[in-house]
Design a protein around this ligand. Structure first.
Ligand code: ZN
Length: 163
């Protein structure tokens, strides 16, 4: 076997294209990930921004490492840099619900300051890397959730009777 001598000069142009592509796609990815985080926050749902970042970086790093192992240099032709479907980082099955705690705001009732529950923190942990998440849920969404629970319990009831 001939010792491997990478011809760095002839690969230079392709290297530049590869590095630029990684840089460009990474920037698009970071922007999209931030937008997704904002979208889920607006919907009062958890979204694992951290896992999305780590998975994206890991995927590129792993491919680069494998390429170096095979060729002695990064062969950008075989490296795929794609923006993943980010909705999977907001899939509720990804999270374990831990607890909810009230957020109180003081209101003046009859001239007296009274702490009133204005919303709830819903705390989750991401099952993949134990990332912690706190989501602010307004009272109206809390009420909706309670309704949903009651509805689903009512649907289940006749099934249980037939068992
Ligand atoms: Zn996570």
């Amino acid at each position: 076997m001939q010792p491997y001598k990478p011809n760095i000069h002839s690969n230079k142009d392709y290297q530049d294209i590869g590095v630029n592509r990684e840089h460009t796609v990474s920037e698009i990815f970071r922007k999209k990930n931030t937008e997704m985080q904002a979208k889920y926050t607006r919907e009062h749902k958890p979204y694992c921004f951290r896992c999305a970042n780590l998975d994206f970086d890991d995927s590129i790093e792993r491919q680069k490492q494998e390429s170096i192992r095979s060729h002695g240099f990064i062969n950008w032709k075989e490296i795929s840099i794609e923006i993943p479907d980010l909705d999977k980082y907001g899939n509720i099955n990804r999270f374990q619900f831990l607890k909810k705690s009230p957020i109180r705001q003081e209101k003046i009732i009859d001239g007296v300051r009274v702490p009133i529950v204005s919303a709830y923190w819903h705390e989750f942990t991401c099952k993949t890397r134990n990332c912690g998440h706190s989501v602010e849920v307004p009272l109206k969404d809390e009420a909706l959730e309670q309704e949903k629970k009651i509805e689903s319990e009512e649907v289940k009831k006749p099934v249980k009777k037939n068992e």
